[in-house]
Design a protein around this ligand. Structure first.
Ligand SMILES: Cc1ncc(COP(=O)(O)O)c(C=O)c1O
Length: 398
């Protein structure tokens, strides 16, 4: 089946967080929303069919995942990454963000420290602080139009804090983002190996958020952190979901892979009575997506590549003062507006009031985000074209 991703996107008045929040968070009200990470594309037909079929069976009681779903996840991970997992390693949650919160709670006590790599997806901050822990930033380094991890800094972080009396660190985990939101990096096997060895040496498990792992641009491959070695596999919690890949965020269903029994038990006890599993439609959609969504996914990835090529060409040719960090994965593009010399709140107003586009402000992503904006390009080309025209006009009039 051929999908038409150019079709007019009409999500208004559907309680859609991206479009129907415009009057509340953006002014003026004709801002084009390109912030929250979902796609302005209808989902794969087999997912719609599966949901309708399930809805027609009018019993919506407590639900558990069926063996078919486990099988679909196991097959997929083996087929895509040659990563062989066991069914009991799979833990279902209604979203990755709740899972990150529970994972951090399961590994820490209040007062402990958690490493993150800023600029990074902003819900990582409250996931650490609401657990009573402190954020330790192992900031990413900008190199040309890309980013790298700073391993020397990471090693330094584990040294005792110097003072009258050196204080040992209380670092208990590191939250990795791969592909990295917002900088769009897919970490290589070498980089992940380096990071994983440091984590092992210092005895901390890695929480690896891999939610964007199936949105890949041409020439890039994803490496699940856990697939690198058995030692890594036993030292991590991997968060995956069909929500970004198949545009199912509203159905809130994620699979968290925890190979290590002790870590799995700690996660289970931290969630008890707090975090239920996904709802029955989430399970249904997840299985349909993993079993029958591939044709749609291939086409959507082609379309996103076209959007990215168009955006790169437009910024280079018409808006060269704004530098694009070309993403390797995810449909989120990290844009460097710092050459305009606007401070963050002025840049925010400029984007909303002059350009009339609603992107995510870079400073929300923490250190290293100042002067940036994050743009979601998972939309029909006519929307992207209009947004880029607006940005071009506003920047060139500045
Ligand atoms: C890195 C990352 N993790 C998690 C999420 C959200 O996960 P969920 O909606 O499953 O809680 C997002 C959404 O944009 C994300 O970018």
């Amino acid at each position: 089946m051929k999908y038409d991703f150019d079709q007019v996107c009409d999500r208004q008045n559907t309680n859609c967080a991206k479009w129907d929040s415009v009057p509340f968070i953006f002014a003026p009200h004709d801002v084009i929303p390109m912030w929250v990470a979902d796609m302005d594309f209808p989902v794969a037909q087999p997912i719609v069919d599966a949901l309708i079929k399930r809805a027609e069976h009018p019993y919506y009681g407590y639900t558990q995942p069926g063996p078919g779903l486990n099988e679909a996840i196991i097959d997929r991970l083996e087929r895509k990454y040659n990563w062989k997992i066991k069914p009991e390693w799979i833990v279902f949650t209604p979203g990755v963000v709740p899972a990150l919160n529970i994972a951090i709670r399961s590994l820490t006590h209040p007062g402990d420290e958690v490493i993150i790599q800023e600029p990074v997806y902003y819900p990582f901050f409250p996931a650490v602080t609401s657990s009573g822990c402190q954020i330790v930033n192992n900031g990413l380094t900008r190199i040309g139009d890309g980013y790298a991890m700073d391993f020397e800094d990471l090693e330094r972080i584990f040294q005792p804090k110097m003072g009258m009396v050196p204080t040992p660190r209380r670092i208990k985990t590191l939250v990795l983002c791969n592909p990295h939101n917002p900088v769009g990096r897919l970490w290589t096997r070498e980089e992940l190996t380096h990071l994983g060895e440091i984590a092992l040496r210092h005895g901390i498990p890695v929480i690896s958020d891999e939610i964007h792992c199936e949105i890949l641009f041409k020439g890039y491959r994803h490496t699940p952190f856990a697939s690198i070695s058995e030692e890594f596999e036993q030292n991590c919690i991997v968060c995956m979901a069909p929500s970004k890949t198949f545009n199912l965020a509203g159905l809130e269903a994620s699979s968290i892979i925890i190979p290590n029994k002790k870590l799995r038990q700690a996660f289970a006890s931290a969630r008890t009575g707090i975090l239920p599993g996904p709802n029955l439609f989430g399970y249904t959609a997840m299985e349909a997506a993993y079993r029958h969504g591939e044709e749609w996914l291939e086409q959507v990835l082609d379309y996103l590549q076209g959007n990215l090529d168009y955006l790169l060409e437009t910024f280079a040719r018409k808006i060269p003062r704004v530098k694009v960090i070309p993403p390797q994965g995810s449909y989120l593009v990290w844009l460097d507006f710092s050459a305009l010399g606007l401070d963050d709140l002025v840049l925010r107003r400029f984007m909303r009031e002059k350009a009339r586009v609603g992107l995510d402000d870079g400073f929300l992503f923490g250190k290293g985000g100042s002067g940036f904006q994050r743009m979601n390009i998972a939309c029909p080309r006519y929307i992207l074209t209009e947004a880029l025209d607006r940005i071009e006009k506003a920047v060139n009039e500045l």
